[in-house]
Write a protein that binds this ligand. Sequence first.
Ligand SMILES: Cc1ncc(COP(=O)(O)O)c(C=O)c1O
Length: 398
Amino acid sequence: MKTLALRGKKVLAPVLGRYFPEFEIKSGRGCYLYGTDNKKYLDFSSGIAACSTGHAHPKVVAAAQKQTGKLIHICIGVANYAPYIELAESLAKIVPIIDAQFFFCQSGAEAVEAALKLAKYATKKPGIIALRGAFHGRTLGALSVTTSKMKYRDGYEPLLPEVYIAGPELDDIEKLCREKNIAAIIFEPIIGEGGYLVQSEELVKGLRRLCDQYGVLLIADEIQTGFGRTGKWFAVEHFGIKPDIICLAKGIASGFPLGGIAAAAELMAKWSPGSHGTTYGGNPVCCAASLATIEVIKKANLVSKAKQLGFYLIKKLHQLQQQFPAIKDVRGLGLMIGVDFQDSAMVKRIVNYCLAHGLVIIPTGAEGTVVRFIPPLIVTKEQINQALKIFTAALTHA
Ligand SMILES: Cc1ncc(COP(=O)(O)O)c(C=O)c1O
């Protein structure tokens, strides 16, 4: 066993799931990671869809370094500071919510907690509907709406009361809206940890219709799908609907720990001052990194690039499917693509082969039967071809 892995075994809680327990890196730059074995790895994991502008993008590094020299922390509860306000102003121009306001936190799960709390508080109703197979995070509230893997919940029940797991049939969801006191429906436009399943337009539009009909808030969890990854700034835009609350994290700050929620000012006005809060949420350095991330995404047209390269990658993967019947399905939007093998042992062999040959690519799905392609949005066609070459060799050897 290698040095860091061996030392970690002694001092780290074994609860952490690891895709590659022995993989050790020294640094990252652009789409590459550099191993302690002095090997260069092409990273198609992006730190689980977080490093949208790649590793250590010079603009993000410069913005974070400059901010670190000025102010690391104060807490928005203590004083206003420019990066927090500027980030909210900048996001207001890109989120698909009119007259949006923001609350910032540190992670995806915390963004989900904030969304659930806002929904309950503003509607004065207790019920939450979550879609079957969704992943929304590991904190107890977020876990209550998570069913992508039941092992996430085992040992932690009882969780939040009045959470109803339903769908994908709209009739079931409508029955709950009619019979229970529902504050909100939470959903992922593309089920992420549950296997990269793109929701149907019928379902997403149906959720919006039910919410309007029954006075329920619609929460879109865009933690994995947001910030250009799917070829639109936010994946809900593919479905032509506007949610009431959007959960943000991951790609928002190129790997800095930042999350947040967006909702219209009219809804946010119902959340009384002090009824939610945080010490570090919207930390100045993370906000500066996020502002730089948004600038990089805009200047380099990374959203439309994700769309074009996504088409290219999905086309190539469909061609591979013709050649390798072990591939049961290829699906996704933009640079969020899943290759379904319906065989977790095979997926393990494939990702391990890829790692040994210089490509970091990770599984997803309830049983780990799907390989996911989520490169940084700065990825080039040449790097995609390089990844496909290694992936094809893995398929031959799997
Ligand atoms: C859709 C979705 N929601 C919530 C989360 C939780 O985010 P975090 O791990 O930052 O708490 C994730 C993380 O994978 C996610 O994919």
